[in-house]
Design a protein. Structure first.
Lengths: 207, 207, 207, 207
DNA sequence: CAATAACCGAGACGGTACGTCAGGTCTTTTC
DNA sequence: GAAAAGACCTGACGTACCGTCTCGGTTATTG
């Protein structure tokens, strides 16, 4: 399976790929999505514009790939020993990621564009979303192993719940960080985890 | 106060404002944010480009105003008699709004842009976010009047909780609709409301 | 007739036209046809590239117009008092024109392009060729008035002859100057005029 | 001298040369000079771009060689028995050559380019111009043998005259065919030969 | 018959210019 | 003095060729 296939002709420079993604992130952090120019990325990467377009169809796809790498590095699930701790941990880490200037704009802009571009949506899903969702699955499994959560009745319910939980966590953090533009600190993370685990009544009663 | 002040010269056409916002929404639905051109909006509205720029500083601001109008018309909070019902109701209505092609793209794009533009963020906050947040406040007040929720200990806690709840509801619905690209139907709304009220354990136990 | 028609909107800058043609000639002289870039012309003229394309369809047409102006200025027919003198004079002047760096390449390149572009050919004809042909007509009329040449039998013959003479003079000078790359000096002009007037035998007999 | 020198290594494919020149002519006829792309020529010839550049320095030189071959095949001087006949014959043949789509554009374009490139000019001279000039020399020799023309006084005069005659014939035909864009038919050829032999007065008197 | 040397195809590479498009400004005439 | 019309500058877009550079592989001559 997946033999490198040794095609004819000069092979693509692996170094170029690295330099381009790196340059994209740097330019993104400095200029933001709207002012990000392909020509500028090419110049920073020491690469011709044609090389960019030979590998990525456009700005959107390039940025998705450039940002995706960050999600790989950043998103881990430290085992804190309790479900609350795990949730708080992943929320904090996700928030830190969103606080970076290169992710802030880029993520939303790319999502906006994806509402009109099915291929882009698929790319985002596989490069970013699915990797985050993995964390939810692992966290739940641990919690169930620890007896903090019951097991789901069947596989369908399992998927349904994972999707719901994922939308709640990811959506809420993004909204807090980017729309409400407020800090995701330890206190907020704690209150959010409490809400998630025990519901509205408990949180309101807490004061 | 603020009498129009009867300035000299030809008065601005009120009709133009309406036509421009209408044209903006139409173009947005048709072309999406990235391909939306000011010149196209002007042409559709039967107005010169100059007129656009005399009234809005740029594309971002125009789109915010065009979309904001939709939120006014659409967002009401029907009294369903129970907190669960109210949450499900508002979730469904919000999702319907996000399902429109002109809101889908515009909302995300404008938020993306706002991460680098303080003035734009303020405009979004007052034109869109604060109006939605009002619904949360009214819903909570009703629930507390009905005895479904306890009262907060103090005003600070009250604000803190409202913000949290708002981020959870709005963020989750947006994420479900735009990122996960899944339908917000009655079943999902119900399960989300259950999670919000009773927490994770209850939902998982439900199956 | 042909009232300027006073259209609405900002009128085109007449100054820009002048600056562009001037810049085109300068760039042409410096770089030659092949290396002439529209962007460079725009920069030299202190004008945006879009302004160039708003007025000329492309490089070919722009160069034709730029060079055409030179032919107006340069091509006069000084009355030398004899047909030989007139021919020698016009040959020398035409050669001087072809010796300029901006005409040298441009003229041939544009003619080459015109072999595949009917519109371009028409533009060349009206802007350059027809103006030169006028000289032949005037020269012949003078010679006939002086009795150096008989009158043509009819109008058809008159046109036929003018065309032939024109092709001979213009073609020969161009070929000498650009293909054979030899100097068009007084001696050569004299021998050419002799050939034209008296034919081959006379010239060969001259030695 | 100039033994091939029998170098080691794989010899260049002679077939490739033929295919490339053929492909160049075909592409030239189809697309014209300006749109002629090296990559296209390579593809048509079933050859890699590298192979082109290994044999010709660039587009100009390739086209000169491609077109030169046509001049070899086409240009002969049939012995018509009289000077007039010889001139008319060579004029007709030359015009036929210029009527081909691949020569039309190519010749002018290459000449245009040569005004800025000494090496190219030399290549054109040896590959195209000198071969045509040979015809003039042979034609004159025949005419002198037949007694239609006197002999030149000295060698210098002989060269001078040949050059003049050549510029007149080649230049006029090219100008008629490519600039004036008129047909070179038997009648025109006859009138041109008459002009060349007997001069202007005779032609005008003819009507 | 192995080494060596030049060839060959494929195709990626850094460049340069292309012609187009949108953003936002400026200058006219018209209402 | 606002509005429509449209020219203007700026700057990025994505594409097309240029001529160069690896690659893996193919013929030839030479040792």
């Amino acid at each position: 399976m997946s033999v490198p296939a040794r095609r004819t002709g000069r092979p693509r420079s692996a170094e170029a790929d690295r330099a381009i993604l790196e340059a994209t992130r740097a330019a993104l952090a400095e200029l933001g999505w709207a002012k990000l120019a392909m020509s500028d990325v090419a110049a920073r990467a020491g690469v011709a514009k044609t090389t960019l377009y030979r590998r990525w169809p456009g700005k959107n796809e390039l940025v998705v790939d450039a940002v995706a790498a960050l999600f790989d590095e950043q998103l881990e699930l430290p085992d804190s020993g309790s479900l609350t701790g795990d949730i708080e941990g992943v929320v904090r880490r996700f928030a830190e990621l969103l606080d970076r200037p290169e992710t802030k704009t880029a993520l939303m802009a790319v999502i906006a564009e994806s509402t009109r571009d099915e291929a882009l949506r698929a790319r985002i899903k596989s490069a970013i979303v699915d990797r985050q969702k993995e964390l939810v699955l692992r966290g739940r499994a641990r919690a169930q192993a620890r007896g903090e959560l019951p097991a789901e009745a069947d596989d369908a319910a399992s998927v349904r719940n994972a999707d719901l939980i994922f939308d709640v966590i990811a959506g809420t953090v993004v909204h807090r960080a980017l729309v409400s533009n407020a800090e995701v600190d330890a206190d907020w993370a704690h209150r959010f985890a409490r809400l998630l685990l025990s519901g509205l009544t408990a949180v309101v009663a807490d004061g």
